[in-house]
Design a binder for this molecule. Structure first.
Ligand SMILES: [Zn+2]
Length: 117
């Protein structure tokens, strides 16, 4: 399969607003071995891509995480999925604050000339 994954490639249940039970069910139905094919949608999985799109989306929904980059274009289409820019994680927020210039200027220590600590 080549090209970007579309909403139609996902489990039908993910195209609607889902509760935890449905998400868990999709996750279980699309749980593949570490290598092989997803038993439900026949997506080829490998150790480097361990999950079909439905599995990954269901996991992101359950853990309230943004989609990985290879599925990020679906963020606006799957109901309930978190959009990366909407609510930055604590790490992203801290990094942004840390890089903000002059937010907390370091106090300048002024010693009288000639004085030694
Ligand atoms: Zn699948």
């Amino acid at each position: 399969m080549t090209g970007a994954v579309r909403l139609g490639d996902l489990d039908l249940r993910l195209a609607e607003v889902t509760g935890r039970t449905i998400r868990l069910q999709v996750l279980v139905d699309h749980s593949a071995q570490s290598a092989g094919r997803c038993p439900t949608c026949r997506w080829a999985v490998s150790p480097t891509r361990p999950g079909c799109p439905s599995h990954v989306v269901a996991l992101s929904l359950l853990e309230n995480r943004p989609l990985p980059s290879w599925l990020a274009h679906l963020a606006g289409e799957v109901p309930g999925i978190r959009v990366r820019t909407e609510t930055p994680s604590d790490d992203e927020r801290r990094a942004a604050e840390d890089s903000a210039a002059g937010l907390f200027p370091a106090p300048r220590r002024v010693r009288p000339s000639g004085a030694r600590p």
